[in-house]
Design a protein around this ligand. Structure first.
Ligand code: 6PG
Length: 241
């Protein structure tokens, strides 16, 4: 695994670096495979990156959009990651609706919807149950508790290794999430982390020894590329040995 850590002066610089990296990886994927599979993260940090992406002239017909996790709410709910990314990006670009693979949250049964999304991915990648596809780019954030996607500390979701999608839990609220093994199959995983409130969790995630059940971002060890884009506020005390 190639792990790169870049500490940027501030959040606008982090977004700019993130945009440069994402554009490079999109171009690479399309050149090599004729399309790009891009997994979006929720949260507030990536939103300006999505807004910047919307300003780019890209072959959106060759770019396929997925989500790494979703709150278990309707797609027009203010907490919905889909809602946020449609406002910031998808409603601002010419992308075929058939290129957008939103996580379903309408069955009133999170486990059923998780299975539905897993089946959607198996059909998209033309793989059998048990196989794990390699997405080109997976964007992730990290909470101040060290969670990523909806892989929260000391939850069942952290132990799921035989599925692509599972049900995460945050304060008793269900969420759909990529599993760690699925994230780790990606060709390129990019964390976008900003804010001094992330310092402690970052130190624990980067420590040579630590407990991934308490700091689930430690589980993210993709075989290929792992990028951590941090702003100074988050990364200033990180010892990068
Ligand atoms: C979500 C995200 C979640 C987020 C982190 C960081 O659904 O909220 O997937 O994992 O990335 O909580 O959020 P911020 O970027 O807002 O700090």
């Amino acid at each position: 695994m190639k792990k790169k850590v870049i500490i940027l002066n501030d959040q606008p610089s982090l977004v700019k670096q993130g945009l440069t990296l994402v554009l490079e990886k999109i171009e690479q994927a399309i050149q090599q495979r004729g399309k790009c599979t891009l997994v979006l993260s929720g949260g507030s940090t990536p939103k300006p990156l999505y807004e910047a992406l919307a300003q780019q002239s890209l072959p959106w017909e060759k770019i396929y959009i997925f989500w790494g996790d979703e709150r278990y709410v309707s797609s027009d709910h203010p907490d919905s990651n889909q809602h946020m990314t449609r406002q910031a990006l998808l409603d601002r670009i010419e992308i075929p609706s058939t290129n957008i693979y939103a996580m379903p949250t309408g069955s009133h049964d999170p486990a059923l919807d998780a299975q539905k999304y897993e089946t959607m991915l198996q059909e998209f990648f033309k793989i059998n149950p048990g196989d794990f596809p390699a997405f080109d780019i997976i964007l992730l954030g990290m909470g101040d508790d060290g969670h990523t996607a909806s892989l929260f500390p000391h939850t069942e979701a952290l132990h799921v290794s035989n599925h692509l999608i599972t049900v995460g839990q945050k304060d008793g609220q269900p969420r759909l999430t990529f599993t760690a093994p699925l994230i780790n199959q990606a060709r390129c995983v990019i964390f976008l982390v900003a804010g001094s409130n992330k310092q402690v969790a970052l130190a624990e995630v980067f420590a040579s020894e630590g407990d991934a059940m308490t700091y689930p971002s430690r589980l993210i060890q993709p075989q290929e590329e792992l990028w951590w884009l941090l702003d100074q506020a988050a990364g200033q005390n990180l010892s990068l040995v």
